[in-house]
Design a protein around this ligand. Structure first.
Ligand SMILES: [Zn+2]
Length: 641
């Protein structure tokens, strides 16, 4: 029991009321989902512990419009200062008012994510009179409230300051009204022209009851009223509210001063950042909660928000590398769960990420592969995948999961991918293949020549590339880079074995076989001298099962020349060995024996000299090794340069 949410609720046994809230003053930012899901995690953890609990989520729609939303029509400027719930919804909106317009799509996400909160709206709370008692108590104890402001946050409030604002009876604005007196039944207020910079008051003065929705408390005292009225026991807040002398502190002390009650358990939580920039709904930067929920499958979004402790910043990035890592971590977790290999903590996280107990976004086809497959021409992705996975993953449940991640991969490609990240399967050999090393070109050619004709699995194809890399020989990483160059004109990409499995074999064979290379250059890059070879053999000695060898002469002629007569030729003599080890892996090695150059060189006599040397060398090797030796017939190859 060491997940952060289990720790927070560890000592709680009595009935709990969890609360969180949001002001619907614009398109809701994805950062707002962190609080929603942190509270939901606590709610679920308590339910699992069989502690009686409810989770309420308040829409602070009685707040004034105090900034123009990024997508707002120009005429909205005249509405600044009015309660959000009293401003008409934009034309064409299904919302009943501006607040409803913005919160609707956010609340849709609650359903998609399986968030168990009961929603309430502050307009209803005020208008129904639920806050009347708290408002009366707060206004009656205004001196104690002023004292808290002074003591806790060093805010000097005058003796005529009251923590309340009414909706001006003349202009309908709440943001510009100032209450200066309370007689126990009614407040006296002025609608001030210059109280705030963002809204101009009309100058009206009046006297009105503060109850039943005629006005509202400022949000620090609204917190107090909520905690007192609803009996809230747990309410976390963004870390920026939780500093010493900050709003959370002020609210807690006011609750004590007015009602002599203790504030709910605080769970300060850190920001959710996208590519390092703090999210702010008022500035309209970053991505919206709706956008994020359109991108990420709900389970992944829950996983992202809930797996890290509340106090740790989540640095989300739309970079492919980050998204792939996130999906892979999720996949590893679910995969371990399916195999019954998860710890208690991991099981906790799995339960926290589920939308319901049937939901998953897991599928054995990785996000990265899907992103690649979506870009390959002529592929019916679902059909091809279904051929390659076990029956279990062709069931409806995992088909749904697959659909979710295909949608996610498409969204990423359409929305976030950069031209450098996109893959375009090259139908002809890209120019960049020419610049590859001889070993890379030799590998590509080898891949084409030996390409398996049977249907291999992704892993078997991956093994095939490793096999061909040892037979070149070339380091695997460099080998893969060569494949990406040929396929996509890039030096990286998704798992090669997967690509081979999905791309048409004949297309691959044709393209690989077109790659030409110089054996002479290959010898220069990969050839060994005797000492290096002896070293290799001594390291592998115990493992060597068999050695197949061949004497080779490679001669380089000037382009156009037909015979050796009167032509300057050069070349190499080498012994090529294919060594099989105990693990059944084959290694190809080349011992460079001779370099020759001159006019009228007799290649047969060069070969004779090479064979004489080679046979001697091999016979010494045979004395030292208890392995099978197979000699292949010698050969002379010609190369034109
Ligand atoms: Zn007014």
């Amino acid at each position: 029991m060491s997940m952060w949410f289990d720790k927070v609720i560890d000592s709680l046994t009595e009935h709990q009321i969890i609360n969180d809230s949001k002001t619907p003053s614009g398109k809701v930012h994805v950062g707002s989902l962190r609080g929603v899901l942190i509270h939901d995690a606590l709610y679920r953890a308590l339910k699992e512990k069989d502690v009686s609990v409810s989770y309420t989520y308040g829409i602070d729609d009685f707040d004034p419009l105090d900034g123009l939303p990024a997508d707002a029509p120009a005429e909205l400027v005249d509405m600044m200062g009015k309660p959000l719930c009293n401003i008409p919804a934009p034309e064409g909106s299904a919302g009943t008012d501006l607040a409803d317009h913005y919160i609707m799509e956010f609340l849709d996400i609650f359903k998609e994510l399986g968030v168990g909160a009961e929603i309430y709206r502050m307009r209803d709370v005020y208008r129904s009179g639920q806050f009347n008692e708290a408002i009366d108590a707060i206004l009656n104890k205004v001196e104690a409230v002023r004292e808290v402001y002074q003591r806790v946050s060093n805010a000097n409030k005058s003796s005529s300051w009251y923590p309340f604002q009414v909706v001006c009876e003349n202009c309908g604005k709440i943001g510009s009204s100032e209450v200066v007196h309370y007689d126990g039944k009614e407040v006296t207020y002025h609608c001030r022209e210059n109280l705030v910079s963002w809204s101009k008051g009309c100058g009206h003065s009046g006297k009105i009851s503060p109850f039943d929705g005629n006005g509202k408390l400022p949000w620090k005292l609204e917190w107090v009223a909520k905690w007192h009225t609803f009996g809230i026991t747990i309410e976390g807040a963004g870390k920026d509210h939780c500093t010493k002398g900050g709003s959370r502190d002020v609210s807690g002390q006011c609750l004590k001063a007015v009602f002599d009650e203790k504030p709910p358990l605080n769970v300060p939580y850190e920001f959710f950042l996208v590519s390092g920039a703090k999210m702010s709904s008022s500035k309209g930067v970053g991505s919206s909660a709706r956008g994020m929920a359109d991108f990420m499958p709900p389970e992944l979004l829950r996983f992202l928000m809930v797996r890290s402790p509340a106090k740790r910043t989540v640095n989300f990035s739309t970079d492919l590398e980050y998204i792939v890592k996130l999906f892979n971590e999720y996949d590893r977790l679910i995969d371990a769960g399916l195999r019954g290999k998860t710890s208690d903590d991991q099981n906790s996280i799995i339960r926290m990420t589920e939308v319901d107990d049937q939901s998953t976004a897991y599928h054995p086809v990785s996000f990265q592969l899907l992103v690649s497959l979506l870009q390959l021409p002529h592929i019916d992705i679902k059909e091809e995948i279904s051929k390659r996975v076990s029956d279990e993953f062709n069931s409806q449940k995992y088909q749904d999961s697959l659909n979710k991640r295909i949608a996610s991969a498409k969204f990423w490609l359409d929305t976030y991918s950069t031209p450098e990240q996109r893959l375009e399967l090259q139908t002809t050999l890209p120019e960049s293949v020419k610049a590859l090393s001889a070993a890379q070109k030799a590998l590509l050619n080898l891949l084409g020549t030996n390409f398996p004709t049977e249907n291999l699995s992704e892993n078997e194809f991956q093994t095939y590339v490793f096999d061909m890399a040892r037979m070149t020989p070339i380091a695997p990483k460099t080998a893969f880079a060569a494949v990406y160059t040929l396929l996509f004109d890039k030096n990286n990409g998704p798992k090669v074995g997967s690509l081979f499995s999905y791309i048409d074999s004949q297309f691959l064979i044709n393209n690989f076989k077109q790659v030409e290379y110089s054996l002479d250059d290959l010898c220069n890059e990969t050839g060994m001298n005797e000492t290096e070879f002896d070293q290799w053999v001594s390291e592998q000695k115990e493992e060597i099962v068999s050695i197949e060898y061949q004497h080779k002469i490679n001669a380089i002629f000037p382009v156009g020349s037909e015979s050796t007569e009167n032509v300057n030729i050069r070349g190499k003599g080498f012994v090529e060995l294919t060594i099989v080890l105990g693990n059944n892996k084959k290694h190809l090695l080349r011992i460079l024996v001779s370099d020759f150059e001159g006019v009228g060189i007799d290649l047969n006599s060069e070969l004779g000299g090479l064979e004489e040397y080679g046979k001697n060398y091999i016979s010494n090797l045979q004395k030292n090794l208890d392995s099978e030796f197979i000699e292949n017939s010698s050969c002379i190859s010609k190369e034109y340069q």
